[in-house]
Design a protein around this ligand. Structure first.
Ligand SMILES: [Zn+2]
Ligand SMILES: [Zn+2]
Length: 211
């Protein structure tokens, strides 16, 4: 999909996969470059609600094109490819302490428009690669404007209270999966709903992290 060279059954050839942008020394709190295992200064001052965050790729060319093709281009098969990269990153960060993988849900109207939830495609593939269960236990309680359409400072309020947990998560260690983490507001709101429902811990796994 990137260089048009023969790739067999793979969507992206091994050479292109090897050169995708990664995050050097990611902070376990926000996945941005830091000096692990210590958290960055921002995360030390304002700890995120999740236990740790892992991103497969840096959201930069050409990873951004792959994510956009998955999200807006109908290329749902890229969920399997990027989800496997998420699983690789999770393993590289240490043995995952997770019982259940949960995708960030789409609002009903957007789901009808798109026909699939890209986060669910990623979550399913990552769970499969790691031998874990995947269940869509989160629901959107209301539609909210796309986060990408709003300034960073407005994103927390946009998604506050937008999620509810509709499945049994009490006492379970969860991984919450989304395509891109930017401000982290969506993931924080969804993590809050899972913790309120009794989840023991929430880790955040994303395909790409905006620098
Ligand atoms: Zn290639
Ligand atoms: Zn951090």
């Amino acid at each position: 999909m990137l260089c048009a060279a023969p790739a067999g059954r793979a969507l992206v050839c091994a050479a292109c996969t090897a050169t995708l942008p990664r995050l050097a020394d990611p902070c376990p709190g926000c996945a941005l470059p830091a000096r692990p295992p210590a958290r960055c200064a921002q995360c030390a001052a304002h700890p995120p609600p999740w236990r740790r965050a892992t991103a497969a790729l840096r959201y930069a060319f050409p990873a951004d094109e792959l994510v956009q093709a998955l999200k807006y281009g109908g290329q749902v098969a890229l969920g399997a490819y990027l989800g496997a990269l998420v699983a690789d990153a999770v393993v590289a960060a240490g043995a995952p302490q997770v019982d259940l993988v949960v995708p960030v849900p789409l609002a009903a109207a957007r789901m009808r428009e798109r026909g699939y939830n890209q986060a669910h495609a990623l979550a399913r593939a990552a769970a499969l690669a790691l031998g874990l269960d995947c269940r869509a236990v989160l629901v959107r309680t209301r539609a909210s404007p796309p986060q990408a359409s709003l300034p960073l400072a407005a994103r927390g309020a946009n998604v506050a209270g937008a999620f509810a947990c509709a499945g049994p998560v009490a006492g379970r260690r969860l991984a919450l999966v989304d395509d891109v983490m930017t401000s982290g507001a969506t993931l924080a709101a969804a993590t809050g709903a899972l913790l309120a429902a009794g989840a023991l811990s929430v880790d955040v796994w994303v395909a790409a992290r905006t620098p």
